[in-house]
Design a protein around this ligand. Structure first.
Ligand code: UDP
Length: 421
């Protein structure tokens, strides 16, 4: 794109603020995705406005990330944290405030990329009201998620209907893995356009430190067998499977083994319940001494944790993509992951790590032990993981694919051709 010819586009992420600290409560992969996609698109010449819901009156209304990329926080309902399953009723106000922002700033976004079904609903309104082209990424599909949980929320039917409508009416839906595309086609609708563009990671940040240096920084003995989990405390993440697997590990008694469970807020937040539950299981299995809960890990310190680990475990019951797996791989750390969703795409079984059936603590124990007992093979898996991420999952590469897609969508229809026909 020529300088001076910057196209203004909007990314919408109602519940996932791209400018907020990651790893707490509901802040996870979507926040990271929107922020990096926005910043990378700005570097490619797009003028990017990222819209989210303001959850605290002390938050800035606008955060600048780059001269061409900013987060804009709009009011919708009272200015406080509301769990995502209870945000829907505030969306009309969100749409009105977005329209008002456009008017005040003399902008009409020709293209809007929405994230998660709540934002998809907002995008559909703007598509209808002002003809904006709509691109959508689900991040999570209700129809898949509701199969993995016991308590179905009251909003479920609304979500399922909107997810179907978005696929059928958006210009394009971006699936982040072939597995997600398959779920959309078989479980959501056979109508609508789908493009596959994966999530990405920062290949300079992750992989910039080696294991020895990382362990020295964290004060971890070079002989320790270190198993790492990174992510939110949410039952869907399957932390219990990991804890029980370590409880069953053959190496647990004989080796100097350590488990680090990173992520989560301080007590008193909505994810505290799951953390208490996991800590209780750790205690019951007599693993208190070998297990650490360092809490939320900043993006600055995370590369050191990944590099220090002998294996990173992603035991999710369901995972549409799973950024943690590619962050670990970029850090040359082998991954043991559940054989589900996007993890089947990112982790190549026996090449960059191992896949195990979800919720199967025995299978996870075997997989973790296989890697820990053969460090040379572990290194080989780690190197192959790094290569895979470099070639497929850099933010720059992902943003270049999105940029190409947007450019195609925004190409003016050749009027002359239409007139001649
Ligand atoms: N994360 C973080 N600090 C933490 C825990 C998680 O920065 O303490 C980040 C992690 O690096 C990753 C994201 O949160 O980029 C989690 O994304 P993923 O797709 O793995 O899971 P989600 O949260 O979307 O379910």
């Amino acid at each position: 794109m020529e300088p001076g010819n910057k196209r203004h586009i909007a990314l919408i992420s109602v519940h996932g603020d791209p400018a907020i600290e990651i790893g707490k409560e509901e802040a996870g992969g979507q926040n990271v995705y929107v922020r990096h996609v926005g910043e990378s698109l700005a570097r490619l010449g797009w003028q990017v406005d990222m819209f989210t819901r303001r959850v605290n009156s002390e938050q800035d209304k606008i955060v600048n990330h780059h001269p061409n990329c900013r987060t804009i926080r709009l009011e919708a309902g009272s200015t406080e944290f509301v769990p995502r399953d209870r945000i829907f009723e505030y969306l009309p106000e969100f749409v009105n405030n977005l329209l008002e922002f456009q008017q005040e700033n003399g902008i009409t976004y020709p293209l809007i990329h929405t994230n998660y079904w709540l934002s998809g609903w907002v995008g559909m309104q703007l598509q209808e009201m002002q003809g904006s082209k709509l691109v959508h990424t689900y991040h999570s599909l209700g129809v898949v998620k509701y199969n993995t949980i016991k308590k179905i929320p009251a909003i479920a039917n609304m979500r399922l209907a909107i997810e179907k409508q978005v696929l059928e009416t958006a210009h394009t839906v971006v699936a982040t893995s072939p597995q997600e595309q398959e779920h959309m086609r078989s479980l959501v609708s056979t109508k609508g356009n789908i493009d596959i563009i994966p999530c990405g990671t920062n290949i300079h940040l992750f992989g910039g430190v080696d294991r020895q240096e990382a362990r020295a920084q964290l004060g971890i003995d070079p002989q320790t067998k270190l198993v790492l989990y990174v992510g939110r405390f949410d039952p869907r993440k399957g932390i219990e499977t990991l804890v029980r697997a370590i409880g069953k590990s053959q190496l647990r008694q004989s080796e100097n083994m350590q488990l680090i469970i990173g992520g989560g807020s301080r007590p008193g937040h909505s994810d505290g319940k799951e953390r208490d539950r996991i800590e209780k299981i750790v205690g019951e299995l007599g693993m208190g001494e070998m297990t650490q809960f360092p809490g939320r890990l900043s993006q600055e310190i995370l590369p050191t944790y990944y590099a220090a680990a002998d294996v990173c475990v992603v035991p999710s019951h369901y995972e549409p993509f799973g950024l943690v797996a590619i962050e670990a791989m970029a850090s040359r750390t082998p991954v043991v992951a559940s054989d589900v969703g996007g993890l089947q795409f990112t982790v190549v079984n026996e090449e960059t790590g191992l896949l195990a059936p979800p919720k199967d603590a025995d299978a996870f124990a075997v997989a973790i032990d296989r890697i820990l007992s053969d460090p040379q093979w572990g290194d080989k898996l780690g190197m192959a993981g790094r290569k895979r991420v470099e070639s497929k999952f850099s933010w720059h590469g992902v943003a270049a694919q999105l940029s190409e897609l947007y450019t195609q969508i925004l190409q003016p229809v050749a009027k002359e051709v239409v007139l001649l026909a």
